[in-house]
Design a protein around this ligand. Structure first.
Ligand code: THU
Length: 163
């Protein structure tokens, strides 16, 4: 028997001003996008902003549905749209921000498991890590470089690809 410990690396910034101007801007765009979400059921508003290697920024927000599972998280709305509009262009950074109608979201949002898997597919496709910035409406920012830190033992299976 052998027990392995896996380390993850998350950097916490207590002030927004500790971030680069570009990262601050990306988080602000994610926050603006959260305000445009369609979230009448959860009343929890999430925005994501994706910075691409060509400098384009694509935003998305959560889109809910009366049939709950038909809705989609902000991260997937943004990542799927980015790759539809700019197929083959790598994602450099992903900023995620959230606020709620009925409580103060003063800690960083952390993407759901399915979105983590989609971020993992994006990294695997482009063979480069993504910088992920996470924030609530206030409070600290969490930053990590690479989905491995949010999804250790990630499921990748190159052999599933037919070519
Ligand atoms: N949600 C996101 O958009 N991103 C996340 O990382 C977590 C959850 C959405 C899904 C749903 O519309 C609402 O937040 C409550 O779960």
């Amino acid at each position: 028997m052998n027990t392995r410990e896996i380390k993850i690396k998350i950097t916490e910034f207590s002030e927004l001003s500790e971030l680069t101007k570009d990262d601050q801007k990306l988080l602000q765009m994610a926050a603006d996008s959260a305000s445009q979400s369609y979230a009448p059921y959860s009343e929890f508003h999430v925005g994501a902003a994706v910075l691409l290697e060509n400098g384009e920024i694509i935003c998305g927000s959560n889109q809910e549905n009366a049939a709950y599972p038909a809705g989609l998280c902000a991260e997937r709305v943004a990542l799927f749209y980015a790759n539809s509009k700019f197929p083959g262009i790598a994602v450099k950074s992903l900023a995620i921000s959230a606020h709620a109608d009925h409580f103060v979201m003063n800690k960083p949002i952390s993407p759901c498991g399915t979105c983590r898997q989609v971020i993992a597919e994006t990294e695997s496709r482009q063979k480069n890590k993504i910088k992920i910035l996470m924030r609530g409406e206030s409070g600290p920012v969490n930053m990590t470089e690479g989905i491995e830190n949010l999804l250790p033992l990630t499921f990748y299976e190159e052999k599933l690809k037919k070519k």
